[in-house]
Design a protein around this ligand. Structure first.
Ligand SMILES: Cc1cc2nc3c(=O)[nH]c(=O)nc-3n(C[C@H](O)[C@H](O)[C@H](O)COP(=O)(O)OP(=O)(O)OC[C@H]3O[C@@H](n4cnc5c(N)ncnc54)[C@H](O)[C@@H]3O)c2cc1C
Length: 362
């Protein structure tokens, strides 16, 4: 007698691999547009988004320049974060301006030169400087970067993950590309089928056969989680590469390193020692180191993201390569990618992965 084994096939519009900041904003945008989405995420504890401080700083570098597209990105990200926050029922973005203490006279002079031409830079009043002298050792004054924002990434990821679970739209397991079949106008992953699958799996996308030719530069970052009970948490403090970000449970995230050459993704003793010494030099207040975390940023050679469909296999796409700027770039490009998928509107040419069509065709 013939026995028929019936397997249920689940149908989706989109499968998204990864629920870091990229997968979160992309799946949220698609769900908002009425699309049926499945997110596959194995929840790695030290993914880039989970280790990140969550700061949006529109000013960068020794030349004190405005970051790429900051004037467009800031208002857009603020709105998107308010909207996703309302959907998950919690605030996820807060204005926290940066108080930047120049580490050298040259840096101070550069800030002074830029104060008139850069709208994001302002002097700090004398009375505030006097207050900061109770907390810190510093020699070259302080300037304010305004506005800057802090995204509460842990609350954002947790809140949206719960919504995905409630919608039965989350598969908590490791995605294995050997189980993926790519057809001309659909993909099949085990018993899940969808029109398209988008890789939002951060540094792991580089290991996927379809994307390994993209010019990634993995960049390791480390931070200490520090208890500084007497330091007010209304602003972010910056001393050169060392930034103090008011984090969870009244603790401070203090980091970070930017390492292109590293053996593994684990916290290193060298970083801990150096940062502890720097903390002792800068802080006048008592502190306790509570944790030491490390992760790898999915950065790219050109410092521009990879967004869009595979030029040869348009049933799969990528949303990755946010580097040091996931908090400002991911919400913006998630919206662009969604509009591209739904209506064919163009993706900003500097971020569109089709700029690597030749490389991906090999
Ligand atoms: C120390 C540090 C500090 C940072 N600070 C900031 C900051 O202040 N501001 C800022 O804008 N950016 C910051 N960044 C950069 C920022 O974290 C990244 O740009 C951004 O988080 C990348 O997000 P993502 O979603 O692409 O990747 P990820 O956050 O890595 O997310 C990928 C997701 O995919 C899942 N995944 C991976 N492989 C698989 C698989 N095979 N199967 C299933 N699931 C899988 C992982 O579990 C994870 O959830 C920082 C990064 C570091 C390391």
């Amino acid at each position: 007698m013939w026995q028929t084994i019936l397997t249920t096939v689940f149908m989706y519009d989109y499968i998204i691999v990864g629920q870091g900041i990229c997968g979160t904003f992309l799946s949220w945008n698609l769900v908002k547009e009425g699309k049926k989405v499945l997110v596959i995420d194995e929840s790695q504890p030290f993914s880039s988004t989970k280790v990140a401080s969550g700061v949006i700083n529109p000013v960068t570098g020794r030349q004190v320049v405005t970051t790429w597209m900051a004037d467009d990105l800031l208002p857009f990200v603020l709105k998107e974060c308010h909207d996703i926050g309302s959907d998950i029922g919690v605030m996820v973005i807060f204005q926290k301006n940066i108080q930047s203490f120049p580490p050298s006279l040259q840096m101070r002079q550069m800030y002074d030169k830029k104060i008139d031409e850069n709208n994001f830079i302002q002097p700090v009043p004398e009375v505030t400087l006097t207050k900061y002298q109770q907390y810190f050792n510093f020699m070259y004054g302080c300037i304010q970067i305004d506005p800057c924002y802090f995204i509460d990434l842990h609350t954002l990821l947790k809140g949206w993950r719960q919504q995905l679970k409630d919608k039965d739209a989350l598969l908590e397991e490791r995605f294995d590309s050997s189980k993926l079949t790519i057809n001309a106008s659909s993909v099949v992953y085990e018993n899940h089928t969808a029109e398209k699958l988008i890789f939002c799996n951060g540094i792991n996308a580089y290991s996927e056969p379809y994307w390994s030719r993209l010019p990634y530069v993995m960049n390791k970052g480390q931070a200490l989680v520090v208890d500084i009970p007497d330091l007010p948490q209304d602003v972010i403090y910056k001393f050169g590469a060392m930034t103090f970000v008011p984090w969870y449970d009244n603790l401070w995230w203090v980091g970070s390193s930017y390492e292109n050459d590293f053996e593994n993704s684990l916290p290193s003793e060298g970083f801990r020692k150096n940062t502890e010494t720097a903390l002792k030099n800068v802080l006048k207040l008592p502190f306790t180191i509570c944790d030491h975390i490390a992760g790898i940023r999915p950065a790219t050679v050109e410092r521009r993201p990879f967004v869009g469909l595979h030029p040869q296999k348009p049933s799969i796409g990528i949303f990755d390569g946010m580097g040091t700027k996931g908090c400002s770039l991911a919400p913006y490009f998630a919206h662009q990618l969604t509009q591209h998928l739904l209506h064919g509107t163009p993706i900003n040419a500097e971020g569109d992965v089709s700029r690597f069509a030749k490389v991906l065709a090999r």
